[in-house]
Design a protein around this ligand. Structure first.
Ligand code: AMP
Length: 407
């Protein structure tokens, strides 16, 4: 009876290829792969023209036991991402079109975003060799905060904000992606920090996490946004530390190097700045650090913006004390955004050049990538700018950067 039901369900299930044609492969990770695909069904635009709709399909690996693929359930990461994406709807959060199950693999179909912050930062540092225009930075930052404010208002923490996860559509709209680590934190059943399950890529990890805090707050995401703002301004990660790895006994190591990078710019935190610092589990380790001056102003003066308000906002996002750190909602109303150039929902407005299109490749036999895509597939702009990401080892993954952690 059950077997009969299963067979019937399998034959009736809509297959990915019935609805989508895979254009090529974008990226792979521990969880699976991301593909670019077009919908087989076109839609009519307002002027009556047939329009093709493009999507990003995230295919999760099936659970694996030994060499046999078995369907034992879906990964925690996929499960979280699906349940959150289904609920969340906001113009600055990537939208989930549908979820398909095929061959024991979950396929999440997302709206397609042509760019991401990491790709744009690379383009400016390697190709253009000039800063990102202040208007674009301000629009990026405002929209990113707008998305984060929405997540926080809905009791969701992203927990892994970094340039590679902040997508941008061809129309210049910021879309926060990768909600695989996001989590509802209203009443956590267990602490959001769990032994080896440390989250947030180390360069963007807040000082309270580095000092062993077990209580996740919205302030952790804001620290990451502050780091991203600084990176957009200087085209380099502001706190580029090296992650200390876990030992064989799975003891969580003290991240001395990352903290040194932070102290180098912000100075060593004092009790005046952070009254509860001595309650942090790793506080005792701070005695091994010498004192450092605060050089944030010097750092800011060397970047592309000369707005004092911009400096003020950056300092408030990189406040040591998580309680004093500005909130996303507060940041949206910061005077920096009232100053010219004012932010826009089209971050590329008035821009004469186009960023290279996302690199799409064919070397994949997992999802029937067409033979035509036998080399790197790019659009016109990609051709113009000559494969930036491939050349710099940046083909959709943040290579050279700390690895993504999944819980
Ligand atoms: P993720 O696992 O969500 O971080 O995705 C891995 C990579 O796939 C990202 O860094 C992007 O390069 C790409 N990607 C993810 N989602 C999309 C999307 N909606 N549109 C285009 N590319 C995407």
């Amino acid at each position: 009876m059950l077997a009969e039901f299963r067979t019937k369900r399998e034959t009736e299930r809509i297959r990915v290829e019935e609805k989508y044609q895979v254009i090529g492969f974008i990226s792979s990770g521990t969880y699976g792969r991301v593909y670019k695909a077009r919908a087989k069904k076109t839609v009519k635009s307002a002027d009556g023209e047939e329009k093709e709709l493009v999507y990003a399909i995230k295919k999760f690996k099936p659970d694996k036991e030994g060499d046999i693929h078995t369907y034992t359930g879906i990964s925690q990461s996929a499960c979280r991402e699906i349940s959150l994406c289904r609920e969340l709807q906001h113009q600055n959060i990537i939208s989930l079109q549908e979820v398909l199950l095929e061959d024991n693999s979950i396929h999440m179909v997302f709206e397609y975003a042509e760019h991401d912050f990491l790709q744009i930062i690379h383009h400016h540092s390697q190709n253009e060799r000039k800063p990102i225009p202040e208007f674009t930075i301000k629009s990026f930052l405002w929209q990113l905060l707008n998305g984060v404010a929405y997540l926080h208002a809905n009791w969701v923490l992203h927990r892994d904000l970094k340039p590679a996860n902040i997508l941008v559509t061809a129309d210049g709209v910021v879309k926060i992606g990768d909600l695989g680590l996001a989590r509802i934190y209203e009443r956590p059943l267990q602490p959001l920090f769990n032994g080896d399950k440390v989250v947030v890529t180390i360069w963007y990890r807040a000082p309270e996490l580095l000092l062993g805090s077990r209580h996740y707050t919205k302030a952790i995401d804001i620290w990451a946004v502050g780091c991203i703002f600084a990176e957009l301004l200087t085209l380099r990660p502001i706190f580029k530390g090296e992650e200390a790895k876990m030992d064989n006994k799975k003891n969580v190591p003290f991240q001395k190097n990352q903290l040194t990078k932070i102290f180098d710019v912000l100075g060593k935190p004092t009790k005046e700045q952070w009254p509860t610092i001595d309650q942090q589990p790793e506080y005792h380790n701070l005695s091994s650090f010498r004192s450092y001056p605060n050089r944030l102003r010097e750092f800011y003066n060397s970047c592309s913006s000369n707005s004092d308000a911009g400096f003020g906002l950056l300092s408030e996002m990189l406040e040591y004390d998580p309680v004093r750190r500005i909130t996303a909602e507060g940041a949206l109303h910061h005077p920096y955004f009232d100053e010219d150039p004012k932010p826009s929902m089209d971050s590329f407005e008035g821009q004469r050049f186009q960023y290279p299109l996302r690199v799409v490749k064919s070397e994949d036999n997992d999802m029937k990538v067409p033979p035509a895509a036998n080399s790197t597939v790019q659009g016109q702009a990609g051709a113009t700018h000559g494969g930036t990401r491939g050349k710099h080892g940046h083909s959709g993954k943040d290579e050279g950067r700390p690895p993504k952690r999944r819980v």
